[in-house]
Design a protein. Structure first.
Length: 162
């Protein structure tokens, strides 16, 4: 991922109260530990990374499928870890910061009929999994057929490619 902050500053001026910080600190520490990062995750880091990823998408520099899914996973982390149980005042602050990026993500991608990857139960409703860069959707999603297992009768496996 390129660092878009040189071209276009990505700033998130969020005034956090002591209660906001008390809520966020253990969550961000947990994210740091889960990611095995040497440097601690900060709110700015998480929001700037999402913004940088979207800027890369807009500039058609998003990388391959694995990188794209990894970066979309950050939006899931924002939703699940930061927003889902946040006090309402903090949730509003965070949504105000993230909504412009979500709108840009939506504009830089296209809607899919199915998610870009297998989703565990509970993830089905999150819209970002049903989006992919405009120029790679067919290659990434629509052309991928699950392999037929040995137990699958040939007529159920679909047409032969021989």
């Amino acid at each position: 991922m390129t660092d878009s902050r040189e071209d276009e500053p990505v700033t998130h001026e969020i005034e956090l109260t002591a209660e906001d910080v008390a809520y966020l600190e253990p969550i961000l520490a947990g994210l740091t530990q889960r990611a095995h990062f040497d440097e601690p995750f900060t709110l700015d880091y998480v929001l700037n990374y999402w913004g940088d990823f979207i800027t890369d998408l807009e500039n058609e520099q998003a990388g391959g499928m694995d990188e794209y899914i990894n970066d979309v996973m950050l939006r899931e982390i924002i939703e699940h870890d930061l927003l889902q149980n946040a006090p309402i005042a903090l949730r509003i602050k965070l949504l105000t910061a993230i909504e412009p990026w979500d709108e840009r993500f939506e504009a830089a991608t296209q809607q899919l009929d199915k998610p870009i990857r297998y989703l565990p139960e509970g993830y089905e409703g999150h819209w970002w999994w049903y989006r992919a860069p405009k120029d790679v959707v067919v290659q990434w999603v629509e052309n991928e057929e699950p392999p037929a297992s040995k137990e699958t009768p040939p007529e159920a496996a679909g047409p032969s490619t021989q």
